[in-house]
Design a protein around this ligand. Structure first.
Ligand code: DX5
Ligand code: ZN
Length: 215
């Protein structure tokens, strides 16, 4: 299991300290949640923050754009040193073109689905994707409750990936904790995002280890 802690829940006055903590932990990626206040009802942080994180660590950055028209920002995300760019299916009119442009920029491409967007919408693009991110909460805020239907949806996505011969990983984001992580793992997740379960823990390094070794 790959653990991708979301720095949305980090202490922004001590972000460097929190990144160093992640480097000492079993987390493999760093999840960066960009919110524009339009696609989602919240504003988080933008490129200056991600650039600063990219400058201080070699850990791969998993950048989740919760913005309208994310294709506008492909070169900015690449210039931050991102390994993976996640765009929402709901925000892309020309999803195929956007995925191609992310690949041309030298990044891995992931498509994110909101809880109400069906897996079947990816049938004709699944073999082009490096990852699918299933939102297990409505995006916009950390600390929300895991939507149980995500488990069934994960199983359907796993089936689609196997049937099509796609190499896409499955990432699950929202409400991941010690109770929901084993269920997500059993349903077929490869990558778990965790914000409050990591940064809200008394011992974040131990929490990451426990999440990573959950199954
Ligand atoms: C939600 C974000 C998530 C969030 C996860 O809009 O995409 O990445 O930070 O936070 P927790 O793990 O607290 O649900
Ligand atoms: Zn996210």
């Amino acid at each position: 299991m790959i653990i991708s802690p979301s720095i949305l829940a980090a202490d922004f006055c001590n972000l460097g300290r929190d990144i160093r903590m992640l480097e000492q932990s079993e987390a493999q990626w760093i999840h960066c949640d960009v919110m524009d206040g339009v696609f989602v009802p919240n504003i988080s942080f933008g490129f200056p923050v991600i650039e600063a994180v990219g400058r201080m660590t070699d850990m791969p950055l998993d950048v989740h754009l919760m913005t309208i028209d994310p294709a506008r920002y492909i070169s900015r995300v690449r210039d931050c040193g991102a390994m993976m760019m996640n765009v929402h299916q709901e925000a892309c009119t020309h999803l195929h073109r956007t995925v191609e442009a992310i690949h041309q920029a030298g990044m891995k491409a992931a498509v994110t689905l909101n809880p109400s967007t069906p897996v079947s919408t990816l049938e004709d693009i699944i073999t082009d994707l490096d990852m699918v991110l299933l939102m297990s909460v409505d995006p916009g805020f950390g600390g929300q409750k895991f939507i149980a239907n995500t488990l069934e949806k994960t199983r359907r996505l796993r089936e689609l990936i196997e049937r099509s011969g796609s190499n896409a990983l499955i990432e699950i984001d929202g409400g991941i904790n010690f109770a929901t992580a084993p269920e997500a793992a059993a349903a077929g997740a490869d990558v778990l995002v965790a914000g409050s379960a990591v940064f809200g823990a008394d011992d974040p390094i131990a929490a990451i280890s426990r999440l990573r070794n959950i199954n």
